[in-house]
Ligand binder design. Sequence first.
Ligand code: PGA
Length: 251
Amino acid sequence: MRKPIIAGNWKMNKTAKEARDFAEAVKNNIPSNDKVDAVIGSPALFLSDLMTISEGSDLKVAAQNCYFEESGAFTGEISPAALADLGVQYVIIGHSERREYFHETDEDINKKAKAIIKYDMTPILCCGESLETYEAGETAEWIKAQITAGLAGLTPEQVSEMVIAYEPIWAIGTGKSADANIADEICGVVRQTVADLYSDEVAQKVRIQYGGSVKPENIAEYMAKENVDGALVGGASLQADSFLALLEALN
Ligand code: PGA
């Protein structure tokens, strides 16, 4: 039985005070953690504060990115070692915004996945197609290629423990969420790709999220689907009451 995981992705939002206020408001109000993993993906600048505030609570913390090198002359980058040292549990990698605006390739993302796992953190590996690819009916091929490249060289055990997020680019921040049946179908393509690359056993263990305009009002529709194990949520994760409502919808 896969444990659902709801992860907020704040993107480039909030000040340090707003991040602290959010964590204080949320940390003691997470519905029972045996039912769902509750994660907030914060800008790196606030991670230290969030780790301190969330200590001993059920709120888990994700970075939105990291570099794949151990250390060195990479101005502006953040190492997996530094994140692990803070106690960060998850790192979001390969978000479509990073692929598009910061030119991240599947190869970069694969190196990041390996570096994150090396430091005992869990990658949340994002994949997703553009509207053009979707309308051309090429989504399944696109997703298979992204997943195959993103997981290259990882062991079955490593893949079993990770999280993959399917986020159609046309549904991100647009208010135009993918129908729950489409989300289920493409999360199923991700799962089948893992089965083909590894085994059915690994595919049954890996957790797969849907992301793209998920809100408290529609999350239950996605979670009812067989292949959807959680959600990666941008806009609706920014306010404490909305984030808690997402978690409560699963109770
Ligand atoms: P959204 O963003 O929920 O605001 O559509 C999702 C994401 O980009 O992770």
